[in-house]
Write a protein that binds this ligand. Structure first.
Ligand SMILES: Nc1nc2c(ncn2[C@@H]2O[C@H](COP(=O)(O)OP(=O)(O)OP(=O)(O)O)[C@@H](O)[C@H]2O)c(=O)[nH]1
Ligand SMILES: [Zn+2]
Length: 204
C-alpha cells in the first residue's frame, strides 16, 4: 500500500505579543523544508469573512527598514489594520525577492542601480518576473479555519491564486501605504508591467 506524504505540515503555535497587540504565531513547513508562518488575531466563526494579508518575505524592507520598496510599511499597516478590526490573519510566506531569494534580489538591486527596472533585472538574471506560488495558503487558511477573506493587496495575482485554491475572496482592500521617492519608480513598474492596482495619482 502506498501512502501519500502530505506536501505541507502544520508544526506548532505560540503567543506572539507585538507593538500593536497579542497575535498567535503558527509554523508550517513544506516537504522541501521551506518554513512559513501565519499570525492570527482574534476569533471568528466558521464561514465568517476574515481580513487577511498575504505578505512575501522581504528582509530588506520588513526587517532592515529599506525604503526601496513598500514592504515594511505594508507589513506594519496590515498588522495595525488587523488589530483595529479586532480579528484577522497575516500569512508570511518565505519567498524572498518574489521567489528568487535574498542574494539574487541583491543582484537584481545592483542591476536596478545601473538602470534596469525590477522586471528587466529579474529577466537579466534568467528568472521570470515573479516566481511565487501561493499554494500553501490553502493549508494555512484551512488550519486557521478561514474560508472567506477580505484580502489586503494591490496584486491581482494573489486574488486569482486564492480563488483558484477555493478560498472565497469577498473583497480586496487596497494597501497603498509607504510610497516614498525611493520606491515610486519601482511601484510604477509594478503597476505597468505586473498589473498592480495603484492609484496613478499616488505615484506622480
Ligand atoms: N526580485 C525582486 N524582488 C523584489 C524587489 N523588490 C521587492 N521584491 C520582493 O517583492 C516581494 C513583495 O511582496 P509582497 O509584499 O507580497 O507584495 P506584492 O506582491 O507587491 O503585493 P501586494 O503588496 O500585496 O500588493 C517580496 O518578496 C520582496 O522581497 C526587486 O526589485 N526584485
Ligand atoms: Zn520589499
Amino acid at each position: 500500500m502506498t501512502s501519500k506524504q502530505p506536501k505541507y505540515e502544520y508544526v506548532s503555535s505560540a503567543k506572539l505579543p507585538t507593538r500593536w497587540g497579542e497575535f498567535r504565531i503558527h509554523g508550517f513547513v513544506e516537504a522541501s523544508g521551506q518554513e512559513h508562518v501565519a499570525l492570527s488575531y482574534g476569533e471568528w466563526q466558521p464561514g465568517e469573512v476574515v481580513p487577511i494579508r498575504i505578505h512575501s518575505e522581504c528582509l530588506t524592507g520588513d526587517a532592515l527598514f529599506s525604503t526601496r520598496c513598500d514592504c515594511g510599511f505594508q507589513l506594519e499597516k496590515a498588522l495595525k489594520n488587523i488589530v483595529e478590526h479586532g480579528k484577522g490573519v497575516l500569512l508570511y510566506l518565505r519567498q524572498e525577492g518574489r521567489g528568487i531569494g535574498l542574494l539574487n534580489k541583491i543582484r537584481a538591486y545592483n542591476l536596478q542601480d545601473n538602470g534596469l527596472d525590477t522586471v528587466e533585472a529579474n529577466e537579466h538574471l534568467g528568472f521570470d518576473a515573479d516566481l511565487r506560488s501561493y499554494d500553501i495558503c490553502k493549508l494555512m487558511l484551512e488550519t486557521l479555519k478561514v474560508s472567506k477573506v477580505e484580502l489586503m493587496t494591490n496584486n491581482p495575482k494573489k486574488l486569482k491564486a486564492l480563488s483558484a485554491l477555493g478560498i472565497e475572496v469577498v473583497a480586496r482592500k487596497p494597501i497603498d501605504h509607504g510610497i516614498t521617492e525611493d520606491n515610486k519608480h519601482y511601484l510604477k513598474t509594478k503597476t505597468e508591467k505586473l498589473g498592480h492596482a495603484f492609484d496613478p495619482h499616488l505615484l506622480k
